[in-house]
Design a binder for this molecule. Sequence first.
Ligand SMILES: Nc1ncnc2c1ncn2[C@@H]1O[C@H](COP(=O)(O)OP(=O)(O)O)[C@@H](O)[C@H]1O
Ligand SMILES: [Mg+2]
Length: 261
Amino acid sequence: MTLDVLQANVALLAEKERLEQERSRLIELNRVRTEFLARVSHDLRTPLNSIIGFSDLLLAGDGGRLPRKSLDYLNAIHRNGHALVGLINDLLDLSSMELGRITIRRQPFDLGEFLADVRAATDPIISRSSVQITWPDVRRLSGQSVIADRRRLLQVMTNLLDNARKFTTAGGRVSVVIEPRPHELHLVVSDNGPGVPEQLRQAIFQPLSSTTTPRHESTGLGLAIVKAIVDQHQGTITVERGPDGRGCSVLIHIPTQEDLP
Ligand SMILES: Nc1ncnc2c1ncn2[C@@H]1O[C@H](COP(=O)(O)OP(=O)(O)O)[C@@H](O)[C@H]1O
Ligand SMILES: [Mg+2]
């Protein structure tokens, strides 16, 4: 080997060493960041539970006897407490997903009961808005069982319905499809809002991709979490125009074969 080649080899080895050190440093930094996020989120929930719990008690008990202004203030505390819990749960989810801790527990469940879960979970959000929502017929779903993570899929539907409500204005219409197919569960949430421009249809699944203003109560974490849950199920998610060529349709296919890991 000539001296040149030897020198080049030494330089390459040094560079390789430097890159390896840099890589370890970044991995460590990422771990610290994620753990910090998880710990802070956790510590935030304890005092919040007390704020929500006590305002709950006040609203249920003395709510009727409070002066109008005090009741307004109390409702605002209660509402914002819930909004904060939602945000913190999103943060916790995202940080645990980054740590690779999100686990899917597949168990058989009844789709009629799942629909009831989704309706119960989203009713408080939907009933305060003016959107009109079309649900699947519960009689067609009851007695049909699939194998997937029911709690996580409920989280998926709540996120999608929250978006559908949020991005449609007065006169908004939203429709929900929950449909078992052979070895697959199809979930669709469509709305007649502004839709998602084609060039953004990948980007919206990235964390913090929110395009909205604070007025919209956005964190930009919802779809990232939805995507992570779908990925864990080895499913697919796509965003298209709504059925009538307007608005937005989010389509999810979840494999439900029993032989999946
Ligand atoms: N139904 C929808 N209609 C129009 N745009 C949507 C819809 N759902 C999601 N988006 C777009 O995707 C972005 C990311 O959504 P998401 O992750 O749920 O965050 P957030 O709801 O906090 O804004 C939104 O800010 C919005 O730009
Ligand atoms: Mg959202």
